[in-house]
Write a protein that binds this ligand. Sequence first.
Ligand code: HEM
Length: 540
Amino acid sequence: MAMLHFTTACWKNFQGDRLNKQLFFICRALHKSAASDALGISAAREETMPESMISPANVGEKPRIMTLKEMPGPSTLSNLIEFFWKDGFSRIHEIQMEHTKKFGKIFKSRFGPQLVVSVAHRDLVAEVLRAEGVAPQRANMESWKEYRDIRGRSTGLISAEGEDWLKMRSVLRQLIMRPRDVAVFSDDVNQVVDDLIKRVLILRSQESDRATVLNVNDLFFKYAMEGVAAILYESRLGCLENQIPLETQDYISALHLMFSSFKTTMYAGAIPKWLRPLIPKPWEEFCLSWDGLFKFSRIHVDKRLSEIKAQLQRGEEVKGGLLTHMLITKEMSREEIYANLTEMLLAGVDTTSFTLSWASYLLARHPHIQQQIFTEVTKTLEPGAVATADDISRLPLIRGLVKETLRLFPVLPGNGRITQDDLVVGGYFIPKGTQLALCHYSTSFDEENFPDSLDFQPARWIRKDSTDRVDNFGSIPFGYGIRSCIGKRIAELEMHLALTRLIQRFHIGVSPLTPDVKSKTHGLLCPAGPIHLQFIDREN
Ligand code: HEM
């Protein structure tokens, strides 16, 4: 276990902390906000621009700044038909591409009174993100906030805004944002990778060919949950065991409810309150799934808290990781800790597991690339060596594999921002308070950014020298800037260590049971069908 050391000196502070509110909740909102962005869930005004912007710049040689009214985009009717009639919810990424082709770098979509401006070019995405203020806002989180208010819970990093967000972000940023902060978790994650490998052996032994693992996403879901919880809660959940403990199963059910009722829970925020008595299901399911997620966090946080108290009462030195640090330093209230761990766990499971599923699928479909990566791994690591975070810098193709997977299958195909100031983007005046959708999916396939963009080429991410910058705003799967993914380094650690070990140990092949797997949007971009893969022992 990665250890931080605490003494009784911290305890005085710690004891004063009382549980004065109930728990709180979180997560896929950001992951959901991708959908709401595409839908234009929050309203914006198509107002005229201030006079100062009209002249003199507009009358001289500079290009005229245009208004939102002049911006192209699909009609409200065609959007409604696309989404509600033709199940556009599961094709949000494709619709993003189609609209980009048809309307260009920047376009608007409207749903009744609600408007969203889509930004679909790398340079414009950069313009928006570089102009951000100190506390950017991603999307309208009213339904999330309402749930917390009803239950008396706090906000976490995903759902908080303004000062509250800034305060929590500055605490967490210091703990997990840099690669060296998370490198200390290598051993914890590697223990989970051990269990992943054992699970592969068990699962494939149950199939007639003794090679196939059915529906690898189920396996990676359990790995991702176990891995992120080992870091966040400093405890093992038993996800990769034959018999999953009951409380972990309850959490998984709550997560599945959130996921399976994605559409209904999306409507939970969209349906006006006065209609809830007539259509109660979406809001009820929304609250029920969050109740389950919060309950789980509270159990694990309180468990660790009791252990710490007992240790301190015995006069022992307290050693621990992230949670111990948060509980002892009291930089956040207990409610905020509950909230943040709930949000981070939720944000950290499907995202990582889908990416691992796609990465394995791509390796299986491209055996020659898999061989190149295997060669890099065997040349870099001693036979049988277990890679740690420090080794990953010497495995550029493993890093390229994750980047390329996220380019082809960005888990969040779009991200959102609500503008906090009036802006000019792509020659258009965008008033403060407008919902922007940053179209990461379409920029990922823009040939200008990535030549032969449909091809799987992990090597495209390798830098020729230190001045060569391969990454650009065309593919920013973790976002960019002050509001970017706080779990990026944790996710990378989990994925790098798991993929390195899988490649060392197995040749991953496509099962004849697996057809060409397409992606669909279901909150996140996920495989539209199960991925079955073969894990064949490599000869030593
Ligand atoms: C492949 C894995 C992952 C991907 C692709 C991903 C992607 C993202 C993206 C695109 C955002 C929004 C960034 C922005 O608005 O600019 C985000 C935010 C966030 N992610 Fe992740 N994520 C991943 C894994 C994780 C993990 C493992 C955790 C937790 C340990 C996590 C926790 C969060 C949180 C808390 C936020 C909100 C940050 C804030 O608003 O300050 N994510 N993620």
